[in-house]
Design a protein around this ligand. Sequence first.
Ligand code: ADP
Ligand code: MG
Length: 396
Amino acid sequence: MTQPPQVDIEIRNVIKEFAGRGSEGSTRAVDNVSLTINRGEFFSMLGPSGCGKTTTLRMIAGFEDPTSGEILLRGKAVQNVPAFHRPVNTVFQDYALFPHLTATQNVMFGLEMEGIDKTEARKRAEEALTMMRLTSVQFNRKPRQMSGGQQQRVALARALVKRPAVLLLDEPLGALDLKLRKDMQYELISMQKDLGITFIYVTHDQEEALTMSDRIAVMNQGKVLQIGSPEEIYETPATRFVADFIGETNFLTGTVEGREGICAMIRLDESTVIKAAHSEDNLKIGEQVTVAIRPEKVNIFAAQGVVKFDDGTSRPVAQYIEGLRTDPDINLVPGRVEYANYIGTDTRYTVSFGGGNQHRLVAREQNFGLRNDTYHEVGSSIHIFWDYETARVLRQ
Ligand code: ADP
Ligand code: MG
């Protein structure tokens, strides 16, 4: 039997309100958030700017007190524990290094404050800087003599040298350019797994959260909308906001016409009914819903001629269509290509379909073969199809 995971952090019904200045009303920055973060987990809080990520992190660190609710670190309520006594450390987006101290001195500072003697502190600081792949030349540089990426490594070394149980990272890679950010993402993940320290990682970058996290909490307007693994969040978004914020999504609106198990029949217009998966126990016939479909789940093929497959084989369209029509899991719809955007690895097709071609969705096709083999001309008649389970019925 596998052991249940040990809990490092528990946030219970936490609310944070900031009093307004002058005639301003108060702001509810965090609105009844509950989360459980396991030991050794890489946990991300993801959401747009202003959704309450930093405020949540600052309450865990002890820089802010909740207006109500409770925070527990390793099972102990921390209301009355000051920030410097909590087994957590924070890495800030702006690094917050001392400008007049060298890299080594910056990392030593916290250790010396704890009463560790200079020789030992220097040794540990240099180990931490080495782990962050800084060289002895860089040890003696001051922040202004280092690049953004190097400063970030110093900030990480300074946070890790004290071996916190939990490391809080607030958009730590936000100021780095794309290439360096990607490199640092992989370094952070492997370092986190090596050290076994719990990471709580704040980001507004959905791709970063998907790449790095064991689990993600998606936030908006102070609320947690969904918590799950990257796959769960991406493949089965719980709300329209989550589906829209993470990756690209097509939304179609319609009314529920029937349901059978997890399959719902959704009428889009007089002549068009599609199937989509739902997880609502009480989905009602006649209810208006949104269907979310990812562009890469939608397949597209020309309405005439032959269909070419990536293994080099081909089949007549008429025969291919017959096969799809008899598959109960498949939605098959005729349409027309409105736009085609070539983006290197893929082509994004905007396709119209349904009664009077009134609905649109984006289908993303990988450019696996020669371009002429896979390209669909703007204005051409095509068919699109997708497995109904890849389309989700959403209520909100
Ligand atoms: P995020 O980190 O997700 O961008 P924040 O947690 O920084 O969001 O902010 C959430 C909300 O709380 C915002 O509306 C912000 O303006 C407000 N806020 C944050 N800190 C304060 C403060 N000290 N005083 C007043 N309002 C604040
Ligand atoms: Mg923030």
